[in-house]
Design a protein around this ligand. Structure first.
Ligand code: MLT
Length: 330
């Protein structure tokens, strides 16, 4: 004999079934079955945003979903990193961050997250050279003249950056150490807006990634003095390296990587790493990065292990330098 089961009982039963299957949690095998948000810790239109948008499309294609880029500015990238550290560990919120992930522990004594403990790494993306650039009518013409000018006018010269924790701020700090000066810093939400002000003459100079400056250097909209890498940059053949000009303290490349919250299942991490690997072999990504003065990370660096090792090594490198400088973000 059949007995009618009341609807309310059926609802309760289906809730119990869901709970038994893991409280409705998605199966990593189905990942991704929704849009992924890729969080950029600086303003739209800047270098991190540019690299992100380049890789987002081929990654999305590989994963078979949409990738939505979200710019979360503030505190040199630490606001965005904090947001992703606290996100659900389901692979739907991914952070791109650069060298700032390794400088933040030295700069922010009360940092709300631990870069090594609170994230899983996905892989390295690119290592971008920086350039030392100035407003078009800034008096110095060479790096040597820049040194003399900055030393003589240290009380009036302004140095733009993307806030404490940004690569531009770190590079500016190295310049100040090299020249033995303490300049007036002008912080922005990213070097995208900083570059606009540099072109407009509102600030004097800054250190910024080629992925933001190459076009404006080539068009002559800004003045450029040097690249901060040991090797010259093919897209900017006229620029000497800082080492060639004797600025040995100012050597820095801006490495980028992708992160997810620490409890994200390995199966999801593997899928994201695979998609990043495919994106970095995309010819359009390779060509666009070359035009912007950089290259995709080599395949052996596009792994969680290589990325974690880089993060650890960079934290060990920068923390004592930052502590010695006395600079702090709060
Ligand atoms: C930085 O200085 O860290 C970057 O240029 C930030 C950005 O992407 O705007």
């Amino acid at each position: 004999m059949h007995r009618r089961i009341p609807l309310a009982t059926l609802a309760t039963l289906s809730m119990l079934t869901l709970a038994a299957c893991g409280g409705g949690e998605a199966d990593p095998a189905d990942y991704p079955d929704d849009d992924i948000t890729l969080v950029v810790p600086f303003a739209a239109g800047g270098p991190t945003d540019t690299v992100t948008r380049l890789i987002a499309e081929p990654m999305a294609e590989e994963l078979g979903t949409e990738i939505v880029v979200q710019n979360v500015e503030g505190a040199g990238g630490t606001v965005a990193a904090g947001q992703v550290a606290d996100a659900d560990p389901d692979g739907y919120e991914v952070l791109i961050h650069h060298i700032g992930m390794s400088t933040a522990p030295g700069l922010y004594p009360d940092l709300a997250y631990d870069p090594l403990e609170d994230f899983k790494t996905i892989g390295l993306v690119t290592d971008v050279p920086m350039t030392i650039v100035a407003r078009p009518d800034f008096e110095p013409e060479t790096l040597e003249e820049l040194a003399t000018y900055v030393e003589e006018n240290a009380d009036t010269v302004t140095l733009a950056n993307a806030g404490v924790g940004a690569a531009s701020q770190l590079c500016g700090l190295l310049i100040e150490q090299q020249l033995g000066v303490d300049l007036t810093e002008v912080p922005y939400d990213g070097t995208g807006p900083a570059l606009t002000d540099l072109v407009g003459g509102q600030v004097d100079f800054m250190c910024d990634q080629t992925t933001n400056t190459a076009g404006q250097i080539q068009s002559g909209d800004i003045k450029a003095y040097a690249v901060t890498t040991p090797e010259p940059v093919e897209a900017l053949p006229d620029l000497p390296t800082t080492a060639e000009a004797g600025w040995t303290d100012v050597e820095v490349g801006v490495w980028h990587g992708l992160y997810v919250p620490a409890d994200t299942p390995d199966e999801i991490v593997e899928k994201l790493t695979g998609a990043l690997e495919v994106a970095l072999q995309d010819q359009n990504v390779i060509d666009s990065m070359a035009d912007l003065g950089t290259t995709p990370s080599p395949a052996e660096d596009v792994t969680p292990d290589a990325h974690t090792a880089k993060l650890q090594e960079q934290i060990d490198l920068w923390t004592p330098i930052i502590e010695e400088s006395g600079v702090t973000g709060g």
